[in-house]
Design a protein around this ligand. Structure first.
Ligand SMILES: Cc1cc2nc3c(=O)[nH]c(=O)nc-3n(C[C@H](O)[C@H](O)[C@H](O)COP(=O)(O)OP(=O)(O)OC[C@H]3O[C@@H](n4cnc5c(N)ncnc54)[C@H](O)[C@@H]3O)c2cc1C
Length: 363
């Protein structure tokens, strides 16, 4: 396994459950590490419009998250902070709300037998679910499928669980391919050489460069998000909203920015001010809380926003796993994608193959 973030560790955990001997090589703190900067939503309500397979994948993961949280807690002793009270998106603007309602209608139509329940809650009905709203909020869209978890605790729980199951975890080990042939891979990392019949690329934004070594086109790019954390307050919000959630410790996590700035993890005053301004529109009481920390982190984005799961045609045995919602998809990665990799074929995951990028290039 090349990469020990949330995605790499969830796949390694799943491979160990499937009985494989696994080594995780992770570059470490000097690398871009999306998992350290995540917001922590398990979010399905906007996922997969126009691609029902992605919606199914996200829903399946959200449905399996409780089982995952219980298993990780049992194996590692770490509580991921998972809860699933549903999630709500808030709207201050009627046209934006109408667009959202249309999108939910499309998701419901495409979901077929799985169904997609959503509720449009106007004021004052919304206030019963979400206290403290400002006068500019006109409505919210609620779905019962969503929730949140603590991403850092999730990292610890995955890492502890996989090591408890015999996975060898090697930090400070940036992997470089020495050779790649069908079912025969050699990499050097941290001064040692590793050989294996299978290799999984789970190195986040570094997957693009690594994939070329096994003949794959994985056109992921970094997309920056900035986050604000406030000081602790009494427990107030019992469910996450799209841009604001309250952690179990009491602090509020705020942020939904998306910036195309390349490999730049810095924060900027302009974006943080905009995040804070919009947050205060939704919840005026936030203006009285002090900001204790801010950060920027890079999402791992594919051109169409969908995950990428594929096996190399040139070098069978080399797999790539990457996505922009690795917290949401943790359970799917551990319980479904990893077993498929263990079996050697990504059956049922065709929608996420790299072949879609070849089609776009030709078009
Ligand atoms: C601001 C922000 C908010 C987010 N909010 C959410 C959310 O609410 N819900 C959600 O589901 N997702 C969210 N995400 C996305 C989620 O955090 C990511 O999908 C997930 O963390 C990606 O994990 P990863 O393991 O693919 O990448 P990373 O965490 O980047 O891990 C990749 C690892 O690969 C290692 N590496 C790199 N190169 C090499 C190499 N050559 N050899 C060995 N190791 C290497 C690095 O050291 C790193 O540890 C958010 C992301 C951001 C930035």
């Amino acid at each position: 396994m090349l990469g020990g973030g949330i995605v790499g560790c969830s796949i390694a955990f799943g491979l160990a459950r499937a009985g494989l001997a696994v080594t995780v090589l992770d570059e470490g703190d000097v690398a871009f590490r999306t998992s350290r900067g995540s917001f922590g939503l398990i979010w399905t309500q906007s996922k997969g419009v126009g691609c029902p397979d992605y919606h199914f994948l996200s829903r399946r993961s959200a449905d399996a998250w409780q089982e995952l949280a219980d298993e990780l807690s049992m194996r590692s002793g770490v509580d991921t902070g998972f809860r699933r009270p549903g999630g709500v998106s808030l709207y201050t603007d009627e046209p934006e709300l109408e667009r959202r309602i249309a999108l939910c209608g499309q998701l419901a139509a495409e979901a077929g037998d799985l169904g997609f329940d959503y509720q449009v809650l106007r004021r004052p009905e919304l206030d019963a679910l979400v206290p403290g709203l400002g006068p500019r909020v006109i409505a919210g869209v609620y779905t019962r499928y969503d929730g949140d978890a603590n991403p850092l605790a999730l990292m610890r729980a995955l890492n502890g669980s996989m090591q408890a199951m015999g996975v060898r975890y090697v930090p400070q080990a940036k992997a470089v391919f020495k050779s790649a042939a069908p079912n025969a891979f050699a990499v050097s990392a941290g001064g040692d050489e590793y050989r294996a019949p299978k290799v999984v690329l789970a190195a986040g934004v570094a997957n693009k460069a690594l994939a070329t070594q096994v003949g794959m086109n994985v056109p992921v790019r970094p997309q920056r998000g900035q986050i604000i954390i406030t000081e602790r307050a009494r427990q107030f919000l019992s469910l996450p909203t799209w841009i604001i959630r309250q952690m179990s410790e009491g602090g509020f996590l705020i942020g939904d920015s998306k910036e195309e700035v390349g490999f730049d993890e810095r924060t900027s005053a302009a974006v943080l001010q905009d995040i804070a301004r919009r947050a205060v529109l939704s919840f005026p009481f936030l203006a009285s809380l002090r900001i204790v920390r801010t950060w920027g982190a890079l999402r791992v984005m594919s051109p169409d926003g969908l995950p990428i799961y594929d096996q190399s045609e040139r070098c069978p045995g080399a797999f790539v796993v990457t996505c922009h919602s690795g917290v949401t998809l943790t359970a799917t990665h551990a319980y479904h994608v990893a077993p498929a990799i263990a079996r050697g074929a990504l059956v049922g995951l065709d929608s996420f193959s790299t072949r879609r990028f070849d089609v776009q290039t030709v078009a």
